[in-house]
Design a protein around this ligand. Structure first.
Ligand SMILES: [Zn+2]
Length: 277
């Protein structure tokens, strides 16, 4: 799924292409993807796009007295189209027409239908009100350096209320770079491990952003080809050459290196152990 680096770089591309242009029409293409009723979609027509930014994994479009938010969820993508596009492809969520190209098509690949968009007044927070601090903020540094959260680090990093913008992919890479187990808790880390974790969060996201900034156009279906360990179980760890392992956890898979992160220990698959009981 697109995370902070993908969304940030995408926001920058849309900003470069369309800031200053008038949004001529917003077209809902999927029932239930539009999460707001008022202000109406019609009110967006004729508004000038001032800037495009990001908050957590949300794209934020500033349209003066209105704000447009888009959340791509797992499989939502943005396609840059030529002007005048009228097709209605499978998984289409919405289309935004501007006075110049590109037209933006939001579309979901696969079968999940979770992407959404919000039309709000400028001052309204909507779904971003619940988001935690940005990974590069001082507030987040404080959480990592002083926090005593007893939950697992992998859950903490993916919890948008505690840090906004990190998902499954980058959290695997972050914990690998920090050399800590995904099952450790913040409370159990010493000062050195905390400093390493904070540094890993920021450096992994910065590296990801650097790669994402080389893209052109929208956001393609296939992402994450630059992940270091995520999705690469069974291949050698890039740091020590031991085999990367995976463990099922909260309905998805976590990839880690036993040699680098868990002192050689193989993490138990909780789903599997429950079945065996
Ligand atoms: Zn390793």
């Amino acid at each position: 799924m697109p995370e902070l680096p993908e969304i940030q770089a995408l926001a920058e591309r849309i900003d470069a292409a369309l800031s200053g242009a008038t949004l001529t029409r917003a077209e809902p293409l999927a029932f239930s993807a539009l999460k707001t009723v008022s202000p109406s979609v019609e009110e967006l027509g004729g508004k000038g796009l001032r800037s495009v930014g990001r908050r957590g994994k949300f794209l934020v479009m500033d349209l003066g007295n209105l704000r447009l938010l888009v959340h791509l969820s797992q499989a939502g993508r943005v396609i840059f189209e030529a002007a005048g596009a009228t097709s209605r492809p499978k998984g289409a969520v919405a289309r935004f027409h501007f006075e110049r190209e590109p037209t933006l098509l939001i579309k979901e690949f696969g079968t999940e239908r979770k992407a959404g968009w919000w039309v709000m007044s400028a001052g309204e927070e909507g779904p971003v009100a619940k988001l935690g601090p940005d990974p590069f903020s001082q507030e987040f540094a404080q959480v990592i350096l002083d926090g005593d959260d007893p939950g697992r680090l992998h859950s903490l990093l993916r919890d948008q209320r505690r840090v906004a913008g990190v998902g499954r992919g980058y959290s695997d890479d972050i914990l690998h770079r920090a050399k800590v187990s995904p099952y450790r808790s913040l409370a159990s880390l010493d000062g050195q491990e905390r400093a390493r974790l904070l540094d890993a969060v920021r450096s992994v996201l910065t590296d990801g952003l650097e790669v994402e900034r080389r893209r052109t156009g929208g956001l393609p279906p296939k992402l994450g080809d630059h992940w270091i360990v995520h999705g690469r179980a069974g291949t050698p760890c890039p740091a020590c050459r031991a085999d990367l392992r995976r463990v099922s956890y909260e309905s998805h898979e976590v990839t880690y290196c036993p040699a680098c992160q868990t002192g050689g220990r193989i993490l138990a698959d909780r789903r599997l152990s429950r079945l065996l009981k």
